[in-house]
Structures are given as C-alpha cells and as structure tokens.
Design a protein around this ligand. Structure first.
Ligand SMILES: NC(=O)C1=CN([C@@H]2O[C@H](COP(=O)(O)OP(=O)(O)OC[C@H]3O[C@@H](n4cnc5c(N)ncnc54)[C@H](OP(=O)(O)O)[C@@H]3O)[C@@H](O)[C@H]2O)[C@@H](O)CC1
Ligand SMILES: [K+]
Length: 509
C-alpha cells in the first residue's frame, strides 16, 4: 500500500495520466473500481436482502452503476436510486447504459436494516455543501441501520480536508482507489469512513512522479532508513547528548520523563539542566540521566558547547514567561551555528503567545541547511492557537494545511498533536500519523513524545523524519500497553517497539 496521500485534484490528475498512458481507459478503470465494490459486498454481506445503490451525477455514480450491474448479475436484488442524468459522453453515462436496471428516484429510497447501501453519490468531485435532494437521502441512509459501503469517500466528506460539507454519509466500509486521500485519515473523516480499504484499479504507480505529492501516511516506510542504529564503533557521545530543561522544585517530573524517553530513543547521554532550587529533588530521582545546575541561558549555552550537546528540549514543566523566552532564544542562536536539534514544547510555545514573531525570527536564523541546526515545535491544538491564532480559526482549513502553513511560517517542523497528529516541514512535506490510541491522552504523554524526538535528533536524524518517527514510536508504545496506561509506562515500552522496527526492515506498516 503506497504511502503517498493524494488530494482529490491530484487523484483526478492520476486518473487523467493513467488514461492517457494506458493500459486502461476511463471505462476500464471504472469497471475495475465498481467491481472491487461489488466484490467486497458479495464477500462481506452474503445475506443482504436488497442492495440499494445511491448514484450521484458524476463518475462516482458511474462506479455505483458498475457495482449495481455486477451485483445484479450475481443474483442480488439491486435497486438503483438516482436523480438527473450523467453528463453526456462521461464514463458514468457509459456505465449507466450498460446497467439496464430501472432507475428509481430518491423518494423511493426506503432501506431496511437488513439491506446494504452503496453510497456512490459523490467522491473526489464534491465541491460544495450538500443540499437538496441529496441531504435528505444521506440522512435517511444514516438513520436506516443498514450497513453502508462508500465508494471512494463517504459522500459529504471532503477528501482534501477530512471535514464535512454540510452533511455526510457515515460508512461502515469505504473502498477507495490507488492511494488514500487526506480526508480518509483526518478527523472527523476517519470516523465517517469506517474501515477503509485501498484497491488497485490499474493506475500505474509511475504517474506519481508527475504529480509530486508531498503528503504521506506516517508509517515506518517513510522514515525507517533514517533511524540511527548504533554500530560496534559507537561510543556514548557519538550517539548524541540531549539536554532537557527542568522546571522549579514542584515541576520537575516532566523533564525527567522526557529525559528518560530521550535515552530510550537511543541518545547516548542525557542531562537534566535544573535551576538551583530543583537540583535536590532532581538528584533524588535520577540515575543514568545526568544532572547539571543551570540558572541562566549563558550557563546553558556554555554547558551545551563544552559537553557537545546535540539536542535540547525545553518547555515541559519549565514555566511560562520571559525567563523561558530567553532560554529559547539563546538555544536558537546556538542551533544556528552547529548541528543541533531544538525541541520546543508546552511552556516554550506558550511563552511566545504575545510575540510569536520573535520566535519565528529566531527559528528562521537556524535555517535548514545540512550541518546546521533544526527546530521542532510540538503543540497540541490549544498551544497551536497561541502561536498561530489566524490559522487555528481559519474556517475550512484542514489540520494538514494548518500544520503545513505553520511550519512554513515558523521555519520549524511542526507536530500538531491529536488523534490524527500531523507532522509538517517548512519545505512543504507533511505526514499524517495513523497509529494513535486514545489511551495516549494522559498526563505526561506529551513530555514523553518531546523527549523521544529530542533523543532521535541528538543522534543526527533529520528533523522531519525524527518528528514523524517519534510520533509513531510513542503511539505504538501506547497501543501495546492499552488500558491503564500512564506516561511513566511509555519509555519502558520503547525498547520492544524499536526492536520490532529493526527486525521488520522491509515491512510497510
Ligand atoms: N474515469 C475516471 O476518471 C475514474 C473516476 N473514478 C470515480 O470517479 C469519482 C470522481 O468523479 P467526478 O470527478 O465526476 O466527481 P464526483 O465525485 O462523481 O462528483 C462530481 C459531480 O457532482 C456534482 N457535485 C459536486 N458537489 C456537489 C454538491 N455538493 N451537490 C450537488 N452536486 C455536486 C458535480 O456537479 P458540478 O459541480 O459539475 O455542478 C459533478 O456533477 C471518483 O471519486 C471515483 O469514484 C473511478 O471510477 C476511477 C476512474
Ligand atoms: K461516495
């Protein structure tokens, strides 16, 4: 299953290129698409009394006509509901001509819970909010209790944004073609799709080179080759040195959680940099992780240079305010002159709420050339809004696009967290993570994630890949533990997840 994600416009281009190059023309691709839908229905719902096919005015409807014909040929009672006629000369018109089943209007659509519904109203061509006569049909389908199989996308769901345009089908199964679209993975779209299966309909993969998608599913295939496995010659400082900044005496746990996570992600050495008042409490809880009293940005920078620190994490538990911004700006200056990964989370993000441009200017100076530093921001939605209020409030802008624009503006890799975490780089690449578990929504979980990313950066992993891998590793660890998970459990689960990754070189999920 390819890892590229295509917007509906890119998918239309893929169809067009495939038809131009062959071997399949438009009607043949439609035949392949419709027959995949019919095949799934026959194998999953052999007991269905009646299959209702809802067909729209475009080629999505055409897929529905093909499926209807094949199901009828297989002996299924099929009722096709449609209003209007496909565009003359379209592939859908050809599919309708071959079907030879009576066309029923939407008024005659009265499904029973024991039936199956095929939603072929709209797919990639949905361009505006759904109204009459389609909205009431969608409402009736959703209320019927019958399983719904969506062709390409649940109608009403934007394949580009994952958002609903007015009203949308709530499918049990979505059968889509060639490559997934962002809307299959971004919420609420992911919920509306039910199970999503991807079918090869004969579009050659080489059309992707012309389309140049820069959006991906974040699976190991995307970043596995950049994971920094040690070799026999690696000594501890060759595996990177991470500095994690601690808060005051009553806010030290977050830094320690992050520090141990960085170490579990493979960093050779990790130091907690602690203000004087918190040194005692940190010392009581650290063993392999080192501790350094650090009260000023100057001390931090000096220590980083002396001890060859290769990444730093600041924010978790640190405290919001001018002191935090000074540390961040000093670390950004440090990263501008050397290979150094800077991870900014929680309070390090919030501290710039009133002057985000100060942060963005500092991060711009880091640049993104090889051999220089890099920055990763790991906001949840609330923190994102503090730095990028206009993007957070832009109606109709997808999570993917918000993260992408934020990365471009901040000159950093942005990890916009949530059940569908998006990782975006300033150069336009973006990935959607898909292995999250709701059990990760627990205190301290974000500190662990930030620590893992800092640990990977310290070992020289490029920022976009390190951020994407960190999100995946964190989620995978959470999924393995399941119910009862607390953040403290996560670092200890990383070794098994990493070992699985190393042992499964070549697998794609
Ligand atoms: N040969 C191929 O190319 C292949 C294509 N394939 C299939 O084709 C699908 C894409 O087909 P498509 O481009 O025709 O788009 P589709 O989703 O059917 O809708 C377009 C129609 O809907 C209309 N419309 C839009 N929004 C509306 C609204 N809110 N309310 C009301 N009307 C609305 C729009 O009207 P218009 O904007 O033109 O007024 C237009 O008439 C793709 O998802 C896949 O299933 C596969 O078979 C593989 C081979
Ligand atoms: K559909």
């Amino acid at each position: 299953m390819g890892i590229e994600l295509l917007s509906p416009a890119q998918m239309a281009e893929a169809d067009r290129l495939a038809i131009t190059r062959g071997p399949f023309d438009g009607p043949a691709l439609m035949q392949n698409a419709g027959s995949a839908v019919a095949r799934e229905i026959l194998s999953r719902y052999p007991q269905a009394q009646t299959v209702h096919v809802l067909a729209g005015p475009g080629n999505n409807g055409g897929d529905g006509f093909v499926a209807a014909r094949l199901l009828a040929e297989a002996g299924v009672d099929v009722r096709v509901h449609c209003e209007g006629h496909p565009r003359p000369g379209s592939d859908a018109e050809g599919a309708l001509a071959e079907m030879r089943l009576p066309l029923l209007g939407f008024d005659a659509f009265a499904p029973q819970a024991s039936d199956v519904i095929v939603d072929a109203l709209f797919g990639a061509g949905l361009v505006r909010e759904i109204g009459a006569p389609h909205a009431p049909v969608i409402e009736r389908a959703n209320a019927s209790g019958a399983p719904i199989v969506a062709v390409d996308l649940p109608s009403g769901l934007s394949g580009e944004t994952g958002l609903v345009l007015g009203i949308a089908i709530r499918a049990d199964l979505t059968v889509t073609f060639f490559r997934l679209k962002p809307g299959h993975l971004l919420y609420p779209g992911r919920d509306l799709c039910g199970e999503t299966i991807l079918v090869d309909i004969g579009i050659p993969a080489d059309v992707l080179a012309d389309i140049g998608s820069r959006t991906f599913r974040s699976v190991p295939e995307l970043w596995r080759t950049h994971i920094p496995w040690p070799d026999s010659g690696s000594h501890k400082y060759a595996r990177g040195h991470v500095g994690v900044f601690s808060g005051g005496p009553s806010a030290t746990g977050a830094a320690r959680l992050a520090a141990i996570s960085a170490a579990r992600a493979g960093a050779g050495a990790v130091t907690v940099l602690s203000p004087r008042q918190a040194v005692q409490v940190n010392a009581m809880h650290l063993t392999s992780v080192m501790l350094k009293r650090t009260d000023t940005p100057e001390e931090a920078v000096m220590f980083a240079a002396d001890r060859k620190m290769t990444s730093a994490l600041i924010g978790p538990g640190f405290g919001v305010g001018e002191r935090c911004t000074e540390f961040v700006l000093a670390l950004a200056r440090l990263a501008a002159g050397r290979p150094f990964g800077l991870v900014l989370d929680a309070d390090a993000i919030t501290s710039f709420e009133n002057a985000p441009h100060r942060l963005f200017e500092a991060l711009a100076a880091i640049g993104s050339e090889t051999g220089r530093g890099c920055a990763v921001l790991t906001p949840h939605e609330g923190e994102f809004r503090r730095l990028f209020p206009d993007l957070a409030d832009a109606a109709g802008l997808s999570k993917l696009e918000r993260a992408r624009r934020a990365a471009e503006r901040s000159h950093a890799v942005v990890v916009l967290k949530g059940p569908d975490t998006v990782i975006a780089a300033a150069d336009g690449r973006a990935a959607i993570n898909t292995n999250a578990t709701p059990f990760l929504a627990t205190a301290g979980s974000g500190d662990v994630l930030a620590g893992i990313v800092a640990g990977l950066l310290a070992q020289g992993m490029p920022a976009f890949e390190a951020a994407a891998a960190g999100v995946w590793l964190h989620a995978e660890a959470g999924a393995r533990f399941g119910p009862g998970l607390i953040a403290e459990d996560l670092p200890g689960l990383l070794p098994a997840v990493l070992a699985g990754l190393r042992d499964s070189q070549g697998s794609s999920s």
